[in-house]
Design a protein around this ligand. Sequence first.
Ligand SMILES: [Zn+2]
Ligand SMILES: [Zn+2]
Length: 428
Amino acid sequence: MEKITLPKGTKDIGDPEIFIWYHVENIVRKEAAHFHYIELRTPLFEQTELFARGVGEETDIVQKEMYTFLDKGGRSVTLRPEGTAPVMRSYLEQSFHIHNPRMKYFYMGPMFRYERPQAGRMRQFHQFGFEAIGFQSPAADAEIILLADRIYKKIGLKNIRLEINSLGCKKCKPQYLEALKNFLRNQAAQFCRNCSNRIETNPLRVLDCKNASCQNILHSESFPIIQNFLCDDCLTHQNHVIGILESAQIHPVINPYLVRGLDYYIKTTFEMKTEELGAQNAIGGGGRYDNLSDALGVKGIPGVGFAAGMERIILLLQKQSESKAFFQKPFIYLSPLDQQGEDVLLRLSIVLDENSIPFHLDFSDKSLKYHFKNAQRMDASFIIIAGENEYQTKTYTLKNMLSGEQKVVSQTTLIGDLLEAYQNVKNT
Ligand SMILES: [Zn+2]
Ligand SMILES: [Zn+2]
């Protein structure tokens, strides 16, 4: 029989890469706790309607990329392609807008989109994100960006550019879209087919086109810049956000071509970019989505959020740092020579655990030579050997794998020796 392989666009994440995931996930959880954004775990699948309405019928996500199927009860369900609509669904479903309207959430987990897989883009991919719902103030936009910036820095990522734009509001966005449509219509014939199809339905998406000739037309002098169309309210909002960021030593670059593919974004939109991952240059982004709740049946709930792709962050981190730094170390390799040794070391492992000393217990069906090699391969800091002899004399043979020093220690002093040695290794 043929072996069964992974579905296309998915990946097993294990030793050693998983330690980098832990590193990132731990920082996200810690920062979320500091800023008091509370985790919300929504289901991996939702009613298809949620994304059709909450993400937008005209988006690529809804039209081409969703994993949608009928369950055995004949209901149309969809594996979540993004995290914001489910959070807003939960918020509205629990009527927080009535009794506790100001909520801060974070989420982390797998998302699903049927896309052409490439480095940093998977069909099952992973995101973490933050949502501040119920806040009108531009300071909420700034806090979200600040939080994202803190996380990237603590993860250890370098050379990240923050780009920011405003998409206007209900008052000023329609005028901008008209001007943009006029500009696009005038040169409709020169755009790629995708773009010319979008001029009437979703003109902002044309700005996202990766096609070089489309980008050339867009970067002409007659391109209407949204900054020139913003109403006073939107301009004040934008300046306030940028002002707060500047005072925190974060310097965003205004990019008038920066738009979000999702329909519900207004005012602040932003993206974190890197030059080091080729075409997949965005490693996170977000913005204000005051229109999302309307699409889900409750009018006028403001919100601002941010989402980041784990795969790209981890790719970038692997490029920028020595990935060995993330591995769980040091640890003690326990090597029993026989059944009595197994008995002794199994009991010792409980004492090690109580002293928070990580260990790997192997078993006695291999030679001592094998265990030494294996401990070396696994990068163990110490190896402890025990057999019948050690059982009788109540001693252990302890070998420091780094210095090569080997000594016989008594049971009563072992933990003290180990803790001291362990601290020394840990600090180097
Ligand atoms: Zn406006
Ligand atoms: Zn195009």
